[in-house]
Design a protein. Structure first.
Lengths: 230, 413
């Protein structure tokens, strides 16, 4: 049995409502275990709860019920400051619309997580340059996001997710805003990262994208209805 | 800290107009504070200069103009002949703590030589007793002052104020020269500098600009220009005391003495520099409180302006904040970022405000002719206040920013 990265049991998340009653139950008790090196695709229609689950897994949000252990550590009871540190060091995010800071250059965007990890400036820009070369953008380090194509921007975002070398990569429809060619490049990059042994959880509604993952978890109405691994 | 500073600067640089506008309130507030304080400070310095010219240990008794109508004039003169040397001698005999006492007589000669240019009206011809001169704050530029024996022997000598020397001779090197007053030739024995500032009024009291004085012994002046009938001999008597704290009770004695000697006729007024200074300090204090309040309110308004715009900016930058949180910024990091920006804005406003304050002070001086003076304390005060304002008024927007949830990053697609 390999090392467990994610161990979620009975995760619940309710939007609106009060004291755990009423409102919309976006996640209704999800159990999910992801081991190191897995590439998991979360699939489902919109409103199935897959994005909500990703937010909980990424410590962007707190569950209303259930337990979440990240690298065998209970995170749902951490303070906001501690959660920030977890996001900073354990998790790399890739978003559908890249979410780069418009006023920062590519290398500065990549170095942003390291700035909050209190790395000195020179070291973090060196690291950013390395990573940009790694994703094939060694010649774009000083460009602003507005000067990059969608595919390039997403690769910058991936480099940023890798900056602190986190054990877990989370991606929310990373090809959703890209044309098919750039989408393929980005997927190829994820495949490489997977091959390097990184743990990836990716939300997608595109079966072709899900196909590159080695495990598909299907959500519907806030519950896991199918898991290719189970 | 350096990262924070640069991030703040960059974010402000991206919205130059907005940054400037949000700092504008502080700018005006600080400019108002500095401008107002400079007016107060200028007035204070001017008053201090005037008071030191009068001499803080001095008390002056000045003769009042007699009534114009012949009838009333005679009515007054029937009771008193006005100020004279007899008053001086009485004061010397009765009032304790006197260091010097002396009378001064101002007169207007019809003929003077060398003939002064058109600014002859600036000249003041006075005869004075040694006790008056001794109590007046003069600096001797050249020559010697008037001596008691000049008075006793009616020596035909005179002492010139610096401006009087220039008006009469065109330069200051005049010791040994002769001035003719009516038919009497006087030898210039010295030139003095008075501490006169520009202003000649304090708390409603005229303070003669004495740099245009042509001073001679009182006895000599009577020789050159005899005292006319029905005219008081002296224009002014100056008393110099040994100690500031002793002045108020002695002024009471002086007042009683004057009333008795002049049979309750108000032919004189009493000028007590100490009292003037107290009055002027009191006014200064009131001015400072009122103006400080106004300036404080304008700074408050400026701070609220910053808070307002910062709050709007937090809303607008929700996405940026969420992204920062998602990559690992802690709420505290976000809080610091916004406080830093608020501080930078108010500091910028403060610095520009200090510059504008200097300009205000300069323009006020130019337009009104008032003396203004920007004090270092005012500048420091403005600087500190504007920085504090950033901290205070940046707090609320920063807290709101720090309370945002990182999940918004994902939800915003």
């Amino acid at each position: 049995m390999s090392e467990v990265v994610i161990r979620a049991t009975g995760l619940e998340r309710r939007y609106g409502g009060r004291n755990g009653k009423g409102g919309v139950l976006a996640l209704a008790g999800v159990d999910l275990t992801v081991t190191r090196g897995q590439f998991v695709a979360l699939v489902g229609t919109s409103g199935s709860g897959k994005s909500t689950l990703l937010q909980l897994l990424g410590c962007l949000d707190r569950p209303d019920g259930g337990q979440y252990l990240l690298a065998e550590r209970e995170v749902s009871k951490l303070t906001d400051e501690q959660l920030a540190k977890v996001r900073n060091q354990q998790i790399g995010f890739v978003f559908q619309s890249f979410h780069l800071l418009a006023r920062l250059r590519a290398d500065e965007n990549v170095a942003l997580p390291l700035r909050y990890a209190r790395w000195p400036e020179k070291r973090r820009l060196d690291r950013a340059r390395e990573l940009l070369e790694r994703v094939g953008l060694g010649d774009r380090t000083h460009h602003l996001p507005s000067e990059l194509s969608g595919g390039q921007a997403q690769r910058v975002a991936i480099a940023r997710a890798l900056a602190a070398d986190p054990p877990l990569l989370l991606a929310d429809e990373p090809t959703g805003n890209l044309d098919s060619k750039s989408g393929e490049d980005v997927l190829a990059l994820f495949k490489e990262l997977h091959a390097e042994g990184r743990t990836i959880v990716m939300v997608t509604h595109d079966p072709a994208v899900a196909a590159i993952a080695d495990r598909r978890v299907h959500l519907e109405d806030g519950k896991i209805v199918a898991d290719s691994d189970a | 800290m350096r990262d924070l500073l640069r991030e703040g600067l960059r974010s402000l640089a991206a919205h130059r107009v907005r940054t400037f506008l949000s700092g504008l309130g502080i700018l005006f507030g600080v400019a108002a504070v500095i401008g107002i304080l400079s007016i107060g400070e200028g007035a204070r310095q001017e008053q201090l200069a005037l008071i030191s010219q009068l001499g803080i240990l001095n008390v002056q008794v000045r003769g009042q103009e007699l009534p114009d109508s012949e009838e009333e004039r005679l009515e007054v003169l029937r009771r008193t002949q006005g100020l004279s040397e007899r008053d001086v001698r009485a004061f010397e005999a009765v009032i304790p703590g006197l260091v010097h006492a002396g009378g001064l007589r101002e007169f207007e000669p019809t003929q003077v030589f060398p003939k002064p240019e058109d600014d002859a009206k600036d000249l003041r011809f006075i005869g004075l007793e040694p006790g008056h001169l001794a109590g007046s704050p003069f600096t001797l530029l050249s020559g010697r002052p008037l001596r008691p024996q000049d008075e006793a022997q009616r020596n035909r000598v005179c002492l010139l104020g610096a401006r009087a020397a220039r008006v009469l001779f065109g330069n200051l090197d005049v010791v040994g020269q002769k001035v003719r007053v009516e038919h009497t030739w006087l030898t210039v024995v010295g030139v003095v500098q008075t501490g006169s500032g520009g202003a000649t009024e304090l708390e409603g009291v005229d303070i003669a600009d004495r740099s245009g004085d042509v001073m001679m012994p009182l006895s000599t002046s009577k020789l050159a220009s005899p005292v006319e009938l029905n005219t008081p001999v002296l224009t002014e008597i100056q008393l110099t005391f040994d100690d500031v704290t002793g002045i108020p009770p002695r002024v009471d004695v002086l007042q009683r003495l004057l009333r008795r000697r002049h049979r309750d006729q108000e032919v004189y007024e009493l000028i007590v520099p100490l009292r003037l200074m107290e009055q002027s300090e009191e006014q200064q204090r009131i001015f400072n409180i009122v103006m400080g309040l106004i300036a404080g309110i304008s700074l408050l308004v400026g701070g609220i302006g910053i808070m307002n715009i910062m709050l709007a900016s937090v809303l607008e930058r929700t996405k940026e904040i969420a992204i920062r949180l998602a990559v690992g910024a802690s709420p505290r990091d976000i809080h610091r970022l916004f406080v830093m920006e608020a501080c930078l804005i108010s500091l910028l406003g403060g610095i520009l405000g200090i510059a504008a304050g200097f300009a205000v002070s300069w323009i006020v001086a130019l337009v009104t002719g008032w003396a203004t003076s920007v004090s270092l304390q005012a500048v420091l005060l403005a600087f500190v206040v504007s920085t504090l304002e950033g901290l205070v008024f940046g707090y609320l927007p920063a807290r709101r920013a720090a309370q945002l949830q990182p999940a918004m990053a994902v939800r915003m697609g």
